[in-house]
Ligand binder design. Structure first.
Ligand code: G4P
Length: 531
């Protein structure tokens, strides 16, 4: 019988993150092909929410439906059970990605070698840094004329605030891309543009000075020798510990669409990536090998079938063993719940699960008990923390268009914001509801879903706010004063925290100068949620 320790040590739970179009979907698909979870390319492609979807609600719904199936993709690779958590590529769903990052033990960051570090990449890395998540970088599209690899490495260090250490190195690039040199295993893999098979030709290079290198890569041999000398001079020797401490990110180069450079990375990944890690809660650190089950909900997905209002809540198991038909405690509600149809996901197939282990994700059918961040235990009162809310970028007031349906609207907007579709702020005066999102698309999704799932009609009125700032101060008197002066712009978030909606950067700066006793936080992560 395998022990819990055996189960933990064979699991790797991670996410692939990237700026849209860098190659996340392609890389995901190649991983699944290597893992034997899918047989043909193209199976994951549909998961993308396309950029033109803004006005096509059915399309959004269809695509959201597909992404339920691909929310977690479990596959085996060389006796390691890999749980790959999907993150939506669309910028407007960035908050979904941030939440998913709370449920993984490491990430692979994909960079397009032509475009380098893009805006979305920086933001995602910020989240990884906040949580000390180990990162591996994959520089993709080496078959295109990209930036100089040394410049790219400098850019990664500068913009992402992390040290890097190449573990593979490109031999030329673009039209003359020859292949990669593996600095870890000391061999050369020659590039073949092939979308269906992976390049098999690997040549061991004991000594870079050896003439066999010239035979292999011709005129590019000297450049490679120079590059490797420079790398050895500039970068510290490879050591997995700083990677696990999230101080250093190993970097691989390749071409996802051509199946190239991926195997080097995947082989290294299973060797160095952390197995399920201890996780902080409101009261203590939970270790995965503890006997008792704990887990938290990081994602909630509405059922795409409008006839059934139930939803799937995705729980990351943090410790112990999860079992079907067993009572667990929902610590926020103090309620005991059991699940008769928990599911896991293997590529596109959902299947009933009898038991699951730390690092695994189970889908729990939910009729409205869960919101993001909820915790299940075997009885202990603890709450996993650190599901960050970031300041939204667009704010609109929710206006009810059908007074007969105000109850439905109330319930709908609450459930949708519990799912994390958007953030809801309530202004005390008049109980007005301000909805905050990172993209316009969510407003359309909310309006559509309120109507189709809850039978409520609404309209959104734009509000000229710039940022949401969570307020904290020891000085009750000054806080009270601020509250009085700014009562029109002060709201409460879903956890009843006090938030100031700043109309402009200028006004925010002015208030910060006028009220130095108050701290204005742009994320809600600073505080520990108490049970
Ligand atoms: P995303 O999930 O990060 O948004 O990116 P995705 O994998 O969909 O890749 C975006 C585009 O980049 C796709 O082209 C894909 O084929 C291409 N791509 C991925 N890897 C490589 C690579 O190594 N080299 C080159 N040259 N291109 C690559 P598309 O035209 O948008 O889609 P498709 O019609 O090719 O599927």
């Amino acid at each position: 019988m395998p022990t819990i320790k055996d189960e933990i040590s064979k699991r790797r739970t991670f996410a692939i993150i990237s700026h849209p179009d860098a190659g996340k979907t392609t890389l995901t698909e190649k991983f699944l092909l290597f893992g034997g979870a899918i047989q043909t390319a193209g199976a994951v492609k549909n998961n993308k929410i396309t950029k033109t979807a803004t006005s096509d609600f059915m399309e959004i719904e269809r695509q959201r439906g597909i992404s339920v199936a691909t929310s977690v993709m479990a596959f085996n690779y060389k006796n390691i059970l890999i749980n790959l958590l999907d993150t939506p590529g669309h910028r407007d769903f960035a908050e979904d990605t941030y939440r998913t990052l709370t449920a993984v033990d490491s990430v692979i960051l994909v960079i397009d070698c032509v475009k380098g570090v893009e805006a979305q990449t920086e933001r995602l890395m910020e989240v990884c840094r906040m949580r000390n998540t180990p990162v591996i970088v994959f520089v993709n599209k080496m078959d295109l004329e990209g930036q100089d690899p040394f410049d790219l490495l400098d850019e990664l260090e500068e913009k992402l605030g992390i040290h890097v250490r190449p573990l593979s190195w490109p031999i030329s690039g673009g039209a003359t891309f020859k292949g990669v040199y593996n600095l870890y295993d000391h061999n050369v893999r020659l590039f073949q543009a092939d979308k269906t098979k992976m390049a098999k030709e690997v040549f061991a290079i004991k000594d870079l000075a050896d003439e066999s290198l010239d035979t292999l890569v011709g005129e590019h041999a000297d450049q490679l020798r120079e590059d490797i000398e420079l790398i050895d001079g500039v970068y510290d020797e490879w050591d997995p510990q700083p990677y696990l401490d999230a101080d250093v990110a190993p970097v691989f180069f390749g071409s996802a669409v051509n199946n190239f450079g991926i195997q080097e990375m995947l082989d290294t990944f299973i060797k160095i990536a952390p197995d399920p890690s201890p996780i902080e809660t409101s009261t203590r650190i939970v270790h995965p090998e503890e006997e008792s089950l704990t887990g938290f909900i990081f994602k909630i997905h509405a059922n795409i079938d409008p006839k059934h209002r139930d939803r799937i809540a995705f729980m990351r198991i943090c410790s112990g063993k999860f079992q079907r038909n067993t009572f667990y405690k929902h610590t926020r509600l103090g309620k005991r719940l059991k699940f008769s149809n928990p599911v896991t996901f293997l590529a596109k197939d959902k299947s009933l699960v009898e038991e699951a282990w730390p690092g695994d994700v189970v889908g729990l059918y939910d009729t409205g008990n869960f919101k993001i961040g909820d915790t299940l235990t075997e009885g202990e009162d603890l709450q996993f923390r650190g599901i960050p809310s970031f300041s939204p970028e667009i704010f609109k007031e929710l206006v009810n268009k059908d007074p007969m349906k105000s109850k439905q609207l109330e319930k709908g907007i609450k459930q949708l914001t519990d799912e994390g579709v958007a953030q809801l702020f309530i202004r005390e005066a008049g109980k007005r509801k301000i909805v905050g999102t990172v993209g316009e698309l969510q407003f359309e999704v909310i309006q559509y879903r309120l109507e189709h799932e809850y039978g409520a009609k609404c309209e959104f009125q734009p509000k000229p706010y710039h940022k949401a700032c969570w307020l904290v101060s020891d000085n009750e008197e000054r806080l009270g004063e601020f509250r009085r002066i700014k009562s029109n712009d002060i709201v409460r978030d879903k956890d009843d925290n006090e938030v100031y909606l700043a109309p402009s950067p200028f006004l925010l700066q002015m208030e910060m100068n006028n009220f130095p006793e108050i701290t204005f936080h742009v994320t809600s992560e600073f505080k520990t949620e108490q049970v």
